[in-house]
Write a protein that binds this ligand. Structure first.
Ligand code: FE2
Length: 198
């Protein structure tokens, strides 16, 4: 039985970057629906007693899609810091070891931001844009479509942004770039750093 992890913050905690209604619907409708559908699909199957990561690695089709969407949404949510403000975010980032890697590979954090945002803007249709680490600690930015998750390619996710329209349409309509610009102000770099160092 897979359960939906409780939201660690109030629906309005990500204002003004992400509006309360979007957070509420995303959590209580979209995310909950993936959980409910997954439980329905795995009942009585070999996946019934597996943890979520093992279901993702070992399944395909509808079970994979729903399992990965449960995982991806939790990861996206936990990659945002509800207390973040631009200054705190910059400060936290300046302390991070992952910063050295990002700047080593991309020259500057500005270049990284531009590359990440451009990837997310050009991620066609519904999907996710990720910062990932490979087995050698090298960082990459990757796009996935629909529910796909880079774990299935042996990569370690450090950060993701949801670019399905339901993640931003209420507030931003078709303005995905504006949503991405604002989402960046919420990035929980402490979490990214923790994952990078593990
Ligand atoms: Fe979503």
């Amino acid at each position: 039985m897979i359960t939906l992890k409780t939201l660690a913050y109030d629906f309005n905690a990500l204002e003004p970057f992400i509006d309360a209604k979007t957070v509420e619907i995303h959590h209580t409708k979209h995310h909950q629906w993936y959980v409910d559908k997954l439980n329905w699909l795995i009942a009585g199957t070999e996946f019934e007693n597996m943890n979520l990561e093992n279901i993702i690695i070992n399944s395909n089709g509808a079970i994979f899609n729903n399992a990965a969407q449960v995982w991806n949404h939790t990861f996206y949510r936990e990659g945002m810091n509800w207390q973040a403000e631009n200054e705190k975010w910059d400060f936290t980032y300046r302390q991070a070891k992952v910063k050295d890697q990002i700047e080593k590979k991309r020259g500057s954090f500005e270049n990284f931001k531009t590359e990440f945002t451009n990837n997310a803007i050009w991620n066609f249709g519904s999907g996710w844009t990720w910062l990932v680490k490979d087995g050698n600690g090298e960082l990459s930015i990757v796009n996935t479509s629909n529910a796909e998750n880079p774990m299935t390619s042996g990569l370690i996710p450090l950060l993701t942004v949801d670019v399905w329209e339901h993640a931003y349409y209420l507030k931003y309509q078709n303005r995905r770039a504006e949503y991405l610009e604002n989402w960046r102000s919420l990035v929980n770099w402490e979490k990214v750093e923790e994952l990078y160092k593990n």
